[in-house]
Structures are given as C-alpha cells and as structure tokens.
Design a protein around this ligand. Sequence first.
Ligand SMILES: [Zn+2]
Length: 273
Amino acid sequence: MDNPIFSTPDLTTFVRLDTLDLTCIGQHITAHKAVLKCRPNTADDWCRRCGGHGDIRDTGLRRLAHEPFGHRPTTLHIRLRRYKCIECGHVWRQDTTTAAPARAKISRAGLDWALRALVVDHDTMSVIAKKLAVSWHTANSAVLAEGHRLLINDPNRFDGVSVIGVDEHVWRHTRRGDKYVTVIIDLTPISQGTGPARLLDMVPGRSKQVFKQWLASRPKDWRDGIEVVAMDGFSGFKTAAAEELPDAVEVMDPFHVVKLAGDALDDVRRRVQ
Ligand SMILES: [Zn+2]
C-alpha cells in the first residue's frame, strides 16, 4: 500500500461502531480511558405489541465495554430513545441488539476482540477484563459463552482437519494456583495456505487426561486423519497425542507450525521423523 486512498478521518468507522449500527457523537478521552458517546443508527418507533406508532418519551443510557484502543479501555455510552405507543401505551427502549445482546455488558466487537486476545495473544482473563474495564466474572462468562456460540454454530468444524494445535492457557490466577483451559485449534488451513487457524474446542483444565479424553471422544476415522499435532512443551499433551494418535507427527511449537504453509509442512515432517 504505497499509495493508499484516504478518506475523511472518522471515529465511528475507526473503532468499528458502524458494524454495531452505532454512530459516535462525542468523545471523552483521558490518559487512562476513552468514553465514546454514541447513538443507534436505526429508529425503533413501531410498537412490537400492536404495530402502532410510538412517540419518543425520553432518553436512556446503555453502557457497553468495547474493544480497547492503544492500551486504553474504551467504553460506549449509547443514548437510547424510549418510546410510548400512541395506541396501546406500551413503552419500550430503542433496540440495540446489533451492538450487543440484551443485558450483555460487552459490545459484539469488544467480545470479538476478547476472544482473539485469549486464543491468539494468550492474554489471561484477568488482563482481558482489565483492558475491557469490566469485572473478571463479566469477561469470563461472556468470552466462554461466545467461544461456545461460535463452536456450536459451526457443526462442520471437524471436517477435513489434518493438523491440530493444542495449547494451554492460564484461565485465572488464584491464591491456590493457576487454573487452565486447554484450547484446541485447527491449523489445517494454515498448513495448506488456504486461510487462518480455526478454534476447534475449549476444554476446562490442563492435563494429559483432558486432551486424551478429548481425542478419545472423536470418531476413529477423524483421529486417523490427523497427521500433525502441534503443541507447546507440556509433556502431558505429548503423551496423550502419542497414545491416541500413534500415527501423527508431534511438533513441539505451535508457532512453528503457524508459520508453515503448503509444501513446507512435508519438510518439517521429514525433519521431525
Ligand atoms: Zn402498541
């Protein structure tokens, strides 16, 4: 991009509020946080109960944690209209489910950022919560639910998988020690140069047994299709892979595999063997 085409600077698109059907109408920036005032783009002035028209009654505020920018938590203050139906008297708040599901405290873009921070950047949940300026429990329950939603919505995610990565993440630091989650990633698209890695599963715990049970629960023909397992140095994963996937090659560094593409995979396989 030596000669990019520039458009007018615009906070709404820069912080991806357009994907949430919001427009930024104000900013409050300090050294430690950014608060963005915004409003929904879409009016919501028809009564869902009787189909009558609603008059604007007053405005309310919905706060959402959003993707942080520049190590500064970013919070959205959404100005919402409250309507009252002129036919039946029903009162409702302007719909903002494009920005975040009802009762959620983190925007969809913020949640997307959080899941990537966990899986790709290895941030702990404590760090993610701090960067979002929400409580640990808020971040933890939202990110877990989002991970499962993405997994459940893709029932074909196990199809055509031949390279997997297994990795443990510190889920939470506690006084009695760290809690872990085991993350299993499909690295097949990277090894074939066809796309990015995909999240296959997240299993609470970090032990040989966790990964072994997960592998054993997969159908045999799926296990037979796995050619390479990439993992970090945790020896429990290596033992589990050796027991459940005797024909697969183990590579001891997922980032190593992530950098590989196409034919390079065969070279690694030869070297490892
Ligand atoms: Zn009505």
